[in-house]
Design a protein around this ligand. Structure first.
Ligand code: GDP
Ligand code: MG
Length: 417
């Protein structure tokens, strides 16, 4: 029987290079000491968090079955709608289809402006429109019944951190009315590489969206329209509630499409993630696929409980040569053949530990204060504190006169009190 990793814990597996006689207690103590940089003189805020893999090799933490509490859509002009108008339907392709991913790149492509930083805006807007679904059920309470609000993509980055060797990250954290809001900040390195992408890379980014267009239709009874325009402003996002160890999470992620069968499970069980990847011709490519690609694919889909990933394998000219389905719950089995491969438990334990770390650090409850967590490969996670800086993201969004999530005062007003 394959564990799906939701709702229950897996038996502890000991590291092979760990002395077998070591007690769990000692193991835990060691882990704590190295893990959050607590020394004899215990500081109020531990200064760093280690990302070393072996520290997170322990039982799989509790991760509750993710529940969809809502969804929203962003249209061709990136306007928010509190509904599922952008949800698309999965249309099963031939196993060896003839998709030309380069088609339309020059003349039927509208690309979202990546220079516009949306931070948590759309998700906050969803919360505003759906307060009753997330607020603590007491008339007087202005608190949300969650510990953490963020994008799924930010959590994916946390999950893969112990295995990431190339790209660091910056995460801005603000505590407001007890809840931590986590929003990514583009690193200078990210901005540089974004602004100096080659033509080839720029085109290859389009291929993923073009693949979606070949596979998705606007209705369960409709056909995909490969002759249409690819517009990357359009999005359908699910809003998920779940719990990781002691952390109640509310996050949103973009969903590519759903199973059109009316008998399919309820969301997120009916959702399908679409991916493209270079075709695999050599053992080395196969190994890299398992070690790097599948880690990212697994983390992204496991978090919101999306059970299926449909992958198009393409050649160097952007022609899809085969299509394969990966079941998210079986990916951890697929990688077992690979020596020294990534482990789901390390990803989840690191993420849980980061959230605990963030909770201890981000103590001041103030929308103007940002705790900026910073990580670079081969380093520890560190942080700095910023008041009313360029990083502030909860006080400057939208119309200051509208009512906010927490009561009838605007965030601007709340910030002044
Ligand atoms: P993912 O898991 O990395 O695909 O990101 P999410 O599903 O968490 O998406 C969160 C929000 O960010 C959605 O509104 C997406 O449309 C948007 N988004 C996704 N990927 C990118 C990206 O590469 N750049 C920018 N600027 N926004 C993105
Ligand atoms: Mg996708």
């Amino acid at each position: 029987q394959l564990p799906d990793h939701y709702n229950h814990r897996l038996p502890h597996r000991r590291l092979q290079d760990e002395p077998g006689g070591e007690s769990d207690e000692r193991h835990k103590r060691l882990r704590r000491d190295q893990d959050v940089g607590v020394t004899a003189a215990v500081s109020e805020h531990p200064p760093f968090l280690s990302t070393r893999r072996h520290l997170y090799e322990r039982d799989f933490p509790l991760y509750k079955q993710p529940v969809e509490v809502g969804h929203f859509s962003l249209d061709a002009k990136r306007r928010f709608f509190n509904d599922d108008r952008q949800l698309r339907y999965y249309i099963h392709p031939d196993r060896h289809p003839n998709f030309h991913l380069r088609d339309g790149y020059r003349d039927r492509y509208i690309k979202r402006d990546e220079g516009v930083k949306e931070k948590l805006d759309h998700l906050l807007r969803w919360i505003l429109a759906n307060k009753s679904k997330v607020q603590i059920q007491a008339a007087s309470s202005q608190e949300l019944n969650v510990d953490v609000v963020t994008w799924r993509g930010h959590l994916t980055k946390l999950l893969t951190t112990p295995y990431e060797t190339r790209e660091g990250w910056l995460l801005a954290v603000t505590r407001f009315r007890g809840t931590l809001y986590i929003s990514e900040v583009e690193t200078e390195a990210d901005q540089r590489s974004r602004e100096s992408r080659t033509q080839r890379l720029e085109e290859m980014m389009y291929w993923g969206y073009k693949f979606e267009q070949y596979i998705c239709a606007d209705g369960a009874q409709n056909r995909p329209d490969p002759g249409g325009v690819v517009n990357t402003n359009e999005a359908f996002c699910t809003v998920i509630q779940t719990r990781l160890a002691g952390h109640k999470l509310l996050f949103s992620g973009e969903v590519d499409c759903r199973d059109g069968d009316p008998r399919a499970p309820v969301a997120p069980g009916c959702y399908v993630e679409l991916k493209t990847s270079a075709e695999i011709c050599t053992p080395k490519q196969h190994s890299n696929f398992l070690r790097y690609k599948l880690l990212k694919w697994w983390a992204q889909s496991f978090l919101p409980g999306v059970p299926r990933i449909v992958a198009g394998f393409r050649d160097n000219d952007g022609i899809v040569v085969s299509v394969d389905t990966f079941h998210t719950s079986k990916i951890s089995q697929l990688i077992k053949s690979e020596e020294n491969c990534w482990k789901p438990t390390v990803c989840m334990n690191f993420c849980a530990e980061f959230l605990s770390f963030a909770k201890t650090v981000a103590t001041e409850d103030d929308p103007e204060v940002v705790y900026l967590f910073s990580w670079d490969p081969n380093r520890d996670v560190t942080y700095s504190i910023h008041r009313n800086s360029q990083y502030t993201f909860l006080t400057d969004w939208g119309d200051p006169n509208r009512s906010d999530i927490w009561g009838n005062t605007s965030l601007h007003h709340a910030a002044r009190n």
